[in-house]
Design a protein around this ligand. Structure first.
Ligand code: NAD
Length: 281
């Protein structure tokens, strides 16, 4: 069984980006810039944002974090986004989720210029992805896709099953694999026989948020299994896949932690560089 090393793949991607940023600086006399808006003091959000800032600096991007208390008015955030949309030195804007209840997530996502939407959540980017046009792709599914391609470059005709249909993970994952000519089934909490669906998969992606939902006897022999889940349990952080059982059946499997997670931030940096390049055309 191949243990898919997300840390290594992310380090390689960051190194590629670091070199690319040097070339872009030579060519355009400036580097891509990423601005993250952080509202409130939720610990996980603070940790994510700190990691994003550190990684952005490592690859040579301009990185800025703008912080607001969780009492901030929605209008203040919308005005800030408007200012950043117009600011040439900012190539990418990310508003860290979740947001406080009084702030409308949809309004915030739609306020970001689609050309600077490094999360790929703007409806314009969602539409572009599903139409097969160039767009920012949400970072976690993009990371999963790159890991799958490393293991299996030829995906055409493969049967892929996605567990979970969130806008963040399951839906964009489906689009990325459709683009590769996979036959894709997307499953969710109302799916009748999830085990039977999973057993069909050459490529199985679990993005659910239920600890160790996918069992060993749900997985076809030699399937590629990608575990997006991050679940806090009494025995520590576990994924949506029962690792010990599934590792006996799968051809390749991502661990949790150390699989998909590190790729998510590297893909955010990749999206920032891509937004910058498109803005220079
Ligand atoms: P979500 O809650 O938005 O969506 C979960 C999906 O799972 C829904 O579509 C739901 O229909 C489906 N679902 C729920 N119960 C199910 C069941 N019993 N059978 C089949 N499907 C079921 O979650 P999300 O934001 O997509 O996140 C999913 C997991 O991925 C979470 O554990 C989250 O922490 C993790 N995550 C990891 C990363 C990363 O970088 N590795 C990034 C984002 C999210």
């Amino acid at each position: 069984m191949i243990l898919i090393d997300g840390k290594k793949a992310a380090a390689e991607l960051r190194e590629e980006l670091r070199k690319e940023v040097i070339e872009l600086k030579d060519k355009h006399n400036r580097v891509p810039g990423l601005t993250v808006i952080l509202i409130g003091d939720l610990t996980p959000s603070q940790i994510y944002v700190r990691n994003k800032e550190k990684s952005a600096k490592e690859v040579g991007l301009n990185s800025e974090v703008v912080k607001y208390p969780d009492t901030v008015e929605e209008r203040v955030i919308l005005d800030k986004i408007d200012e950043l949309n117009k600011e040439d030195s900012v190539s990418g804007i990310l508003v860290q989720l979740p947001l406080p209840k009084h702030i409308d997530k949809k309004k915030i996502i739609e306020a970001i210029d689609p050309a600077k939407d490094v999360d790929g959540f703007h409806p314009m980017n969602v539409g572009n992805l599903s139409s097969g046009y160039e767009s920012s792709v949400p970072c976690t599914p993009l990371g999963c896709y790159l890991l799958i391609k490393q293991i299996e470059p030829k995906l055409s005709g493969k049967k892929a099953v996605i567990v979970g249909r969130s806008n963040l993970n399951g839906k964009p994952m489906t689009q990325l694999l459709l683009k590769e000519n996979c036959t894709v089934t997307i499953t969710h909490s109302k799916t009748k026989d999830l085990k039977a669906e999973c057993l069909e998969a050459d490529i199985l992606v679990a993005a659910v948020g239920i600890p160790e939902l996918v069992k060993g006897d749900w997985v076809k022999k030699d399937a590629i299994v990608i575990d997006v889940g991050i679940n806090k349990t009494d025995k520590g952080i576990v994924g949506d896949v029962a690792f010990d059982e599934v590792s006996k059946k799968a051809k390749a499997l991502t661990p949790v932690p150390g699989g998909v997670g590190p790729m998510t931030i590297a893909c955010l940096l990749k999206n920032t560089v891509e937004c910058f390049k498109r803005s220079q055309l």
